[in-house]
Design a binder for this molecule. Structure first.
Ligand code: NAP
Length: 252
């Protein structure tokens, strides 16, 4: 995949203190971007991400899903950019699935919606004046929107909302040349969730259901995000791009 030179572009990646967000920050920085490395609680993790990208950016700390969350991100970004434009927004931070419907609670549901839907939506609203014409918005969804998993119903609902937002905002923002897309990872092994994949038989089960025959890593997803964020993807908008290696495509 060819990712065009992105020198002088500025990207904000939410939830970049670890996992897929960190890999996206690394990939965008490798393409030349200056990266605003956002974190919720793990400042040390965000600083490690910044160090990994050679200090090419800055750190923004703000818990999402709480009152004042979006204002805090925007104020910090504004102060760092000092009048410069933002070119790429990656909505990556998300709360984890809250379990099957029988075990879910209204509080957990509200938290999922606040972090996974309300925060990216209003972050986009507040950042639009700062976003370049021909800018990029990429939101991280999940295969959970096309693969029924009863342990993740409310989580999948929030990702479904992100995908709907992607299509409708693409229509609205096309007039400014801004593309809006989503990337849907499958089961993706990261430093943080590695232990889950040690569960006996789980990795084998996932691999057996994956067309490309292996478990995905954060880099696999980051490459796709970086492409959509690049000038080379200028003619793609309103799409949900599956980045799962073909997880659960059909009968094997
Ligand atoms: P992760 O390792 O759990 O990391 C989540 C990141 O989001 C962290 O940087 C965390 O920051 C931040 N975050 C979470 N809640 C936050 C909050 N309330 N406020 C601010 N920041 C918050 O996640 P991941 O596995 O890399 O997943 C990244 C994205 O891919 C998510 O959208 C996830 O739904 C999606 N996805 C992942 C998989 C997978 O298998 N890994 C599969 C499908 C979709 P702090 O630690 O600093 O708080």
């Amino acid at each position: 995949m060819i990712v065009s030179n992105m020198n002088a572009k500025v990207a904000l990646v939410t939830g970049a203190s670890r996992g897929i967000g960190r890999a996206i920050a690394e990939r965008l920085a490798a393409a030349g971007c200056e990266v605003a490395v956002h974190y919720g609680r793990d400042k040390a993790g965000a600083e490690e991400t910044l160090a990994r990208i050679g200090g090419r950016g800055f750190v923004i700390g703000a818990e999402l899903g709480v009152p004042g969350d979006v204002e805090s991100v925007v104020d910090q970004l504004d102060a760092e950019l000092a009048g410069r434009r933002l070119d790429v927004l990656v909505n990556n931070a998300a709360a984890s699935p809250a379990g099957p419907i029988g075990a879910d609670t209204e509080a957990a549901f509200d938290r999922l919606v606040a972090v996974n839907v309300r925060a990216p939506y209003f972050l986009i609203q507040r950042l639009l004046p700062m976003l370049s014409d021909d800018g990029r918005i990429v939101s991280i969804s999940s295969v959970a929107t096309r693969m029924a998993n009863p342990a993740q119903t409310s989580f999948a609902m929030t990702k479904g909302a992100l995908e709907t937002m992607t299509v409708t905002l693409a229509q609205e923002l096309g007039a400014r040349g801004i593309t809006v897309n989503a990337v849907a990872p499958g089961a993706t092994r990261t430093e943080a969730n590695g232990a889950i994949f040690e569960t006996p038989g789980l990795t084998e089960l996932i691999v057996a259901q994956t067309a490309l025959g292996r478990l995905g890593g954060a880099d696999d997803v980051a490459e796709v995000v970086a492409f959509l964020a690049s000038p080379a993807a200028r003619w793609i908008t309103g799409q949900v791009v599956d980045a799962s290696g073909g997880l659960h495509l059909g009968v094997g």
